[in-house]
Design a protein around this ligand. Structure first.
Ligand code: URP
Ligand code: ZN
Ligand code: ZN
Length: 494
């Protein structure tokens, strides 16, 4: 029998498709073998982890992470996590691969330039494997002509915005992006909120001097998201192009997505823990504390909304559960949430609060602790589907011998760890708060393994990885259903 670098024995192996007791052999960073318990010789392995009583899952994949981004999401805030601190935080929470954004401001015409600059920020600094989605703010002739080269460079997805002054695209620009993406096998992620409508509502609220953080939610009611989601679906259907609507918060938007999926369109959807656990009441905390939970779309009204999102996760409306980790310091008057507090606005002003919440480290534990999803479904939405949708599968997102990287996260059933209260001091990001402070958890990864190396051992030193161990992963095409190829409209005419 061959020798192995690592054996993970006695665990219950959970993938998106199966749950069974297997021992896992790892060699050269890859899954080499799965064998029934007791068959593999532990003496032939350099290292053995006994996962008795634990769940062995593919490492988490978080495909919605903002790191080192300039002030594009309101106000003058700047993401506080670098590629180093953001991926450090990821790995400590059981996420072994992230896809972060390479943001193109309207002033830079070349996406290749933006990609190169983002590579330079990430290279040598990451604790997880990583890739990038281009965030297209200016889809001019040059940017669109670069799509084929982006694909050659392993980029198979991009994100566009229907809101934010610095990024908002008009419908005709969205069609340009969808058509060019379709031709190259690129998946388009869409931030669906109607920017014109929410700007109008913001102006009206501010004319009445309603500036508190809670009015962020008032300026963006569900219909602002629902209308934009419906329009995004219509534009995608027109171009027969696959889309993923990101960070969906609204049950009525989810209903449009479900309807599109039922009609067989390649329409995918993402939600995030903030839409399962936070409400607009969190924006109404005193002393500007509500600013911590200002993100877009905003957390919704009540637990009924949460319930609808949980149901959407369980029934497949939501393809992925990502963090939308978009970290800003709270108590920072230069680049953080408080950067909007000034002599003119001593109590702040919601429209200038940088949008976003941290969550890359807490995503898996808060979701698993809620015990609302079957384990296989949990793996599907937090790892496998992200790999499928963004062209990482089966290298990532599963445990397939001979093919998959040995990226694993090992958990124990609720009860084994007891319950504990989440506090920001436990986390490894460069942010001075978590929106989930005080939440009762019963789960945290016990071990995390990246390409066969132990990178996190909760009870044995915590973070074991070294900065720079994470590698760029060139991505292929989505393996989920793509364009329908035929239909009412002949897109080849465009
Ligand atoms: O509020 C949010 N979601 N901030 C991050 C930026 C984005 O649109 O994803
Ligand atoms: Zn967004
Ligand atoms: Zn985001």
């Amino acid at each position: 029998m061959d020798s192995f670098d690592l054996l993970v024995i006695n665990g219950l192996v959970v993938t998106a498709s199966d749950t069974a007791n297997y021992d896992i052999a790892i060699k050269d960073g890859k899954i080499a073998l799965l064998a029934p318990p007791g068959v593999l010789d532990v003496k032939k392995a350099t290292k053995v982890i006994d996962a008795e009583g634990g769940y062995v899952m593919p490492g988490g994949i978080d495909c919605h992470v903002h790191l080192e981004e300039p002030a594009l999401f309101g106000g003058k805030g700047r993401s506080s996590d670098t590629f180093e601190t953001g991926t450090r935080s990821s790995i400590c929470g059981g996420t072994t691969t992230i896809v972060a954004f390479a943001p193109q401001p309207k002033t830079i015409p070349s996406l290749l330039q933006v990609l190169e600059d983002t590579h330079a920020r990430a290279r040598g600094n990451c604790y997880t494997d990583y890739s990038f989605h281009l965030l297209v703010g200016y889809p001019g002739e040059q940017a669109l002509s670069e799509f084929p080269r982006l694909r050659e460079l392993g980029i198979s997805s991009l994100k566009i915005y229907m809101t934010y002054a610095a990024l908002q695209l008009r419908d005709d620009e969205i069609l340009d992006v969808l058509l060019a993406s379709r031709k190259e096998g690129i998946t388009t992620m869409i931030h669906a909120e109607n920017g014109d409508v929410l700007n109008w509502m913001t102006k009206k609220l501010e004319e009445r001097r309603l500036f508190a953080p809670k009015y962020h939610a008032t300026s963006r009611p569900q219909i602002v998201e629902t209308e934009a989601t419906n329009r995004a679906i219509a534009l995608a259907e027109l171009m027969d192009a696959p889309i993923l609507v990101v960070h969906v918060s609204s049950p009525s938007a989810a209903a449009h997505l479900r309807n599109a999926q039922t009609r067989g369109l390649p329409v995918y959807a993402e939600t995030c823990p903030q839409y399962l656990f936070l409400t607009r009441g969190d924006l109404d905390k005193p002393d500007f504390e509500g600013a911590k939970c200002v993100c877009s779309p905003p957390p919704r009204e009540s637990s009924d909304d949460h319930e609808a999102i949980w149901i959407g996760l369980a029934n497949g409306t939501f393809t992925v559960l990502s963090s939308d980790h978009c970290p800003f310091m709270y108590d920072d008057y230069e680049t953080g949430k408080k950067s909007i507090i000034s002599k003119d606005y001593p109590e702040g002003r919601f429209s200038g609060i940088p949008n976003g919440c941290p969550g890359v480290e807490t995503r898996l534990a808060v979701t698993l602790s809620a015990n609302r999803l079957p384990l296989q479904k949990f793996v599907e939405v937090t790892s496998t589907n992200a790999a499928r949708l963004y062209g990482l599968y089966p290298q990532k997102g599963t445990i397939l011998p001979g093919v998959s990287d040995a990226d694993l996260t090992i958990w124990y059933p609720p009860g084994k760890l007891g319950t504990f209260k989440l506090t920001n001091s436990m986390l490894h990001h460069n942010v001075d708060y978590t929106p989930f402070e005080g939440m009762e958890l019963n789960q945290w990864p016990r071990y995390t393994i990246l390409r066969g190396e132990m990178v996190w051992d909760r009870d044995g030193g915590g973070l074991l990885a070294k900065k720079g161990c994470g590698k760029f992963v060139a991505r292929g095409k989505s393996t989920l259903p793509g364009p329908r190829k035929q239909g009412e409209w002949d897109v080849s005419a465009f």
